[in-house]
Design a binder for this molecule. Structure first.
Ligand code: DAH
Length: 380
C-alpha cells in the first residue's frame, strides 16, 4: 500500500469510528424522545457526547494527529490527503454542532416538563472559555495551506545568531540587521550539540527569534527537497507597542523548494492563499522590496478589508495593506544548507498572523490581542 493510501485508510477508519459514536448517541436521543426508553436522559447523553468530542474532534483526536503526519507524505499526495483531511474534519464538526444543539433542546425540554420553572429568576450566564482569536487564526491559516499540499513545521523561539541571521544571508554588521530590533539573551552562547551549527562564538549567540524565517534553515537542514512547508509561531522584537505593532507577535513562514519553481508560482500561491483565506473580494499584489534571504524580493499587500479597497485611515487611503514579505530563495541561503542552487529553486514568504486577524475582524488597535480582556475575547 502506498503511503498516501495508508494515510487515507487510517483517516477513513477514524472517520467511520467517529461517525459510529455520534450515530449511537443520536439513536439513543431519538429513543429517549419517543419515550421508547425511559432510562435515557439528555444529560447522560450530553456527558457521552462530551467524551466523544474530546476523543474525535479534540486536540488528541486521530484527525489532529494525522494532520501532523501529513508532512511525511510526498508533496504530490499531500495536497489530496490534506484536502480530504480538511473535508472529514469539517464534516465531523458540522455533525457535532448539529447533535450538540439537539441535546441542548432535549435538556431544556426535560427541564420544562419535569419541574416548574420560575420565569422571574435571573439567569446567570455560565461562562465557557474558548480558543484565543490568534490561535483560531493560526489554525485556519494552517488548514488553508494543508489544503494546498503544505506540511506544518516548527522551530525554537530561542535561536542562535546563525539560524536567525547568518544562514539567512545576514552576516554580522550587515545593515539589514537594522530591520530587526533583537532581544539577545544574557547568557548567550549555546553549546555545540547541534552538528550543523558552526562553532564560532558569535554564531552561537542566543536570541529570541525576530522572525519565523530561521525555520526555513531548520527544515532545509533536516529534509531533502522537494519541500512544501509552512511554519507558524511567535516572534519577538524590541518594538514599543502601538496600534499597529506589538513586541511579541505571530508570523507564518512558507517555503517551497522544488525543480523549476518561478516567481509566477510565488505570485499564484499568494493570490490563491489570499482568496481562500479572506474570500473572493480580497486580492493580493506584489511590490519590489529587499530581503537578504530572497532575490528578487517583494512585499505583498492585500486589499484593505476594512474599506474593501476604497481607501480609509487604516490603509492610509491606498486601499492596500501590507501583509508580509516574499521572494525567490537566494542561492547563498541554499549553499548554507547544502542544497545545490543549480538544481533546485524555490520561493519563501512570511507574514503576520495577528495582521490577518486584524484584517479579518477589522481591529483598529492590535494591542487588544495581548490585553486578555474577556469582553474583547468572548466576541470571537
Ligand atoms: N522574515 C521577514 C520579516 O519578518 C518576512 C519575510 C520576507 C519572510 C521575505 C520571507 C521572505 O520568507 O521571503 O520581516
Amino acid at each position: 500500500m502506498s503511503q498516501e493510501q495508508e494515510f487515507l485508510s487510517r483517516l477513513a477508519s477514524a472517520h467511520s469510528q467517529a461517525l459510529e459514536g455520534l450515530q449511537s448517541i443520536a439513536v439513543q436521543l431519538e429513543a429517549g424522545a419517543s419515550g421508547d426508553d425511559e432510562s435515557i436522559n439528555a444529560s447522560k447523553l450530553t456527558q457521552e457526547f462530551n467524551v466523544w468530542k474530546e476523543r474525535y474532534v479534540g486536540k488528541k483526536a486521530p484527525v489532529a494527529s494525522l494532520k501532523k503526519e501529513l508532512g511525511l507524505l510526498d508533496p504530490a499526495s499531500r495536497r489530496h490527503a490534506g484536502a480530504e483531511l480538511n473535508r472529514v474534519r469539517d464534516e465531523l464538526l458540522d455533525r457535532a454542532q448539529e447533535l450538540g444543539e439537539r441535546l441542548v433542546s432535549a435538556r431544556l425540554g426535560t427541564l420544562q416538563s419535569s419541574s416548574r420553572i420560575d420565569m422571574t429568576e435571573l439567569a446567570l450566564d455560565s461562562f465557557r472559555g474558548h480558543i484565543h482569536l490568534i490561535t483560531q487564526t493560526r489554525d485556519e491559516l494552517e488548514d488553508v495551506f494543508i489544503g494546498m499540499g503544505y506540511s506544518i513545521q516548527e522551530g525554537p523561539e530561542v535561536e542562535t545568531d546563525w539560524y536567525n541571521f547568518e544562514a539567512l544571508n545576514i552576516p554580522p554588521d550587515h545593515p539589514a540587521r537594522g530591520m530587526f530590533d533583537t532581544f539577545y539573551l544574557k547568557e548567550s552562547v549555546r553549546g555545540t550539540q547541534d552538528g550543523d551549527r558552526p562553532s564560532s562564538s558569535s554564531s552561537n549567540k542566543l536570541l529570541l527569534r525576530t522572525h519565523t524565517s530561521p525555520v526555513q534553515i531548520h527544515t532545509m537542514s533536516e529534509y531533502k527537497p522537494p519541500i512544501y512547508m509552512v511554519a507558524p509561531g511567535k516572534v519577538y522584537r524590541r518594538d514599543t507597542p502601538d496600534a499597529r505593532h506589538i513586541p511579541i507577535f505571530n508570523q507564518i513562514e512558507g517555503l517551497v523548494v522544488d525543480k523549476n519553481i518561478t516567481f509566477a508560482d510565488l505570485a499564484g500561491t499568494i493570490e490563491s492563499f489570499t482568496t481562500k483565506y479572506f474570500g473572493q473580494d480580497i486580492h493580493s499584489r506584489l511590490r519590489p522590496a529587499f530581503f537578504p534571504f530572497t532575490e528578487p524580493s517583494a512585499e505583498f499587500e492585500i486589499t484593505c478589508a476594512i474599506c474593501s479597497g476604497s481607501g480609509c485611515r487604516t490603509c492610509s487611503g491606498t486601499g492596500w495593506i501590507e501583509l508580509g514579505g516574499c521572494g525567490m530563495v537566494d542561492p547563498n541561503v541554499f549553499e548554507h544548507v547544502g542544497i545545490d542552487p543549480e538544481v533546485w529553486s524555490g520561493f519563501a514568504f512570511g507574514f503576520g498572523i495577528d495582521r490577518c486577524a486584524q484584517m479579518r475582524h477589522s481591529l483598529v488597535d492590535m494591542r487588544v490581542l495581548l490585553a486578555n480582556d474577556v469582553r474583547f475575547l468572548e466576541q470571537f
